[in-house]
Design a protein around this ligand. Structure first.
Ligand code: ADP
Ligand code: MG
Length: 155
């Protein structure tokens, strides 16, 4: 588990940017953390690290956005409005999650892969987890500070 503290949105974006630079095809990055934790800030950084120039914003009214034009395509998924792994399956999203063609980043990953602590298996409702999978948790410490933890699974 890698832990860091971010003191600003720019610092959170810089963390995402370093991941974007390091990412290779097939990566799944799953983000957990409540509303306003900074998940979308991380995604903005990942896009920049991949060399994507488009402005990234949360896909609130659609389930996903695809960004081309970078080193790898980025698929940005937001599962906020889905409540369970079966919803994710019904929405036809599993392909993006299980076999990312480039990099897939998922906000509210726990809607698809409940943490083991909540009684889910390590893989939640999915039959397997693609490798490599970076599971990220963002905790709001105060107005400006965020604790960002991640673990690479199956890498
Ligand atoms: N250290 C920080 N990292 C990320 N966001 C921060 C930080 N400090 C304050 N913020 C603010 O918190 C909000 C995070 O929003 P956003 O990334 O959309 O969250 P989420 O996608 O998790 O709901 C933004 O308004 C941002 O300016
Ligand atoms: Mg968001």
């Amino acid at each position: 588990m890698v832990t860091s503290i971010s003191h600003s949105p720019a610092e959170t974006q810089a963390i995402g940017e370093s991941w974007g630079r390091a990412a290779s095809a097939g990566w799944l990055i799953g983000l957990s953390g409540g509303m306003g934790a900074g998940k979308t800030q991380i995604v903005k950084g990942i896009a920049r690290g991949l060399g994507i120039r488009a402005r990234v914003h949360s896909p609130t009214y659609t389930l996903l956005h695809c960004y081309e034009g970078g080193r790898l395509p980025l698929v940005h998924v937001d599962l906020y409005r889905l409540s369970s792994p079966s919803d994710v399956w019904s929405a036809g999203l599993e392909g993006y999650l299980l076999e990312p063609s480039g990099v897939t980043v998922v906000e509210w990953i726990e809607r698809w892969l409940p943490p083991a602590a909540e009684g889910g298996a390590a893989c939640g409702g999915a039959s397997f987890v693609p490798a490599p999978f970076r599971r990220v948790e963002i905790n709001l410490l105060d107005e400006q500070r965020r604790q960002i933890l991640y673990e690479d699974i199956g890498a």
